[in-house]
Design a protein around this ligand. Structure first.
Ligand code: 5IU
Length: 264
């Protein structure tokens, strides 16, 4: 049976990756498969939005490098809020260098990502060393940590091929403790219930693309047709008049789609 029709609670029991297990349990407990991409310019807006959106999300996704004043104090606040309000933090860093460099970018530098992000995104392009680097760094941290490997992208004209996708899924299978899931646009590794599928490019309404190659599908398409477990919504929520109300709408619609999917 495909993982798409197995409830998150059941999948949690079968997940070899600790963060994946915790995430799947969190989603079931909170009835939320919504991840909001909070791509905002100012760190204080990031914290304000995190507080507002907290009840509706399973993951808050950051891009620390596009937010001004993203200091150690901000990351500590975010981390504390995540624990208190029961969500996870995903830094969408898309690491893409050799392992030795990524280890330093992940644990050190100006953001010290491994201190505060439960999860990070990483390109499979450089090969196994990049995941090995994260695995070694994670061994130094007490809290569980994991990553999402990029298998597919939502953007028009991206260079990812079927061979590349296959290579990424094989890499994910090689590091079951560290790889919590895949960022993808279709159901992959359907026989591995612990591999959580993160699907960006989702927006309610009539707008289907932006001027820079992003493509959006509806919440229901993302969950049912593409097999997305955690759905990433950015501007659909952060650009709304009332982000909190909008987040609630997305949460309800996404959860209903998930319930429909597991009933199939
Ligand atoms: N994101 C994508 N597509 C991808 C990957 C990441 O949109 O294939 I990998 C990120 C970029 C942005 C968020 O932070 O997800 C989507 O935001 P919008 O819903 O505003 O397009």
């Amino acid at each position: 049976t495909s993982k798409a029709t197995i409830p998150f609670e059941t999948r949690a029991q079968q997940a070899p990756c600790e963060v994946s297990k915790l995430l799947l349990k969190l989603m079931a407990r909170k009835k939320s498969n919504l991840c909001v991409a909070v791509d905002v310019d100012q760190a204080n807006d990031l914290i304000d939005l995190a507080k507002l959106l907290a009840p509706h999300i399973c993951i808050l996704k950051t891009h620390a490098d596009l937010t001004k004043n993203f200091t150690g104090e901000i990351s500590r606040q975010l981390h504390a809020l995540a624990k208190q309000a029961d969500f996870m933090v995903l830094e969408d860093r898309k690491f893409a260098d050799i392992g030795n460099t990524v280890a330093k970018q992940y644990s050190g530098g100006c953001f010290e990502v491994s201190r505060w992000a439960d999860l990070v995104t990483v390109h499979s392009l450089p090969g196994d060393g990049i995941v090995k680097a994260l695995e070694e760094e994670n061994a130094k941290i007490e809290e569980p940590r994991g990553c999402f490997l990029l298998a597919e992208m939502s953007s028009e004209g991206n260079l990812i091929t079927t061979e590349y996708i296959k290579g990424s899924t094989q890499m994910a299978s090689k590091f079951p403790k560290t790889v919590a899931g895949l960022v993808c646009q279709s159901l992959l590794l359907a026989d591995q219930p612990g591999i959580v599928q993160l699907t960006p490019g989702v927006r309610r309404g009539e707008i289907k693309e932006d001027s820079l190659g992003q493509r959006w599908v509806t919440p229901e398409e993302a969950v049912i047709e593409k097999g997305g477990d955690v759905i990433v919504v950015g501007r659909g929520i952060t650009g709304a008049k009332c982000p909190e109300k909008e987040a609630k709408l997305y949460q309800e619609e996404l959860w209903a789609a998930y319930e429909k999917r597991i009933a199939i």
